[in-house]
Design a protein around this ligand. Sequence first.
Ligand code: CTP
Ligand code: MG
Length: 235
Amino acid sequence: MLDGKKIGVVVLAAGKGRRMQSEIQKQYMTLAGRPLITYALSAFEESEADEIVLVVGGGEEDYVREVILRGKIPGKICAVTAGGKERYHSVYEGLKKLTNCDIVLIHDGARPLVDQAVIARTIRGALTDGACVAAMPVKDTIKVADDDSCAEVTLDRSRLWQIQTPQAFSYPLIREAYERMMADESLQKGITDDAMVVETILHCRVRLVEGSYENLKVTTPEDLVVAEALLHSRG
Ligand code: CTP
Ligand code: MG
């Protein structure tokens, strides 16, 4: 199925973790006995991916290599590199380190529960459609509020999806979209994920593929409790 296609992965861990309000950044916190960031790295190590770039905060590269990865950089990690201020800056730094791949998966390092089935579906999605994201149906009703915190409209839940990572793309496609965005600051406003970059800049259709409700993004303290419980339930 892969037909000799090379798969690159950008794992993002250059955020500040402000909403976690913890002393050490969430990606380096201990989760069920090991640093949170190592779970996503292990998942991609076990997958069909060929190369992984780990993007960390500027100045944290040595700490990550020595303390978090304990000096033994696992086989597929080809670079530990510094990210930037916004998530899209970090993605761009990661993309530039991957030069020899056909497909790239971009993953939030703060999603430790990504599994092989989700990774495989996003790889297949990128091979067939060029651009895809892991997504799940929204469970709650979603309303848009006005400036006064009053409900303005209620969105049709049957069409709402929560978007996860991995987000997977043909490498030339996402690289082109990012090059254009980075060259024009006006295109950078409001960008919160990678799919948006190809949607808005290249007007490309992005396929939603099945993610997993377990694939949560550790964002606030209670997410750590849930993530730990899910990891224990997996044994
Ligand atoms: N990220 C990154 N570079 C940034 C911002 C975010 O690599 N400049 C990464 C985070 O490390 C995380 C992922 O993107 O793995 C998703 O971001 P988010 O959950 O928002 O993490 P933080 O930005 O660290 O947290 P917060 O928004 O609460 O500060
Ligand atoms: Mg953030």
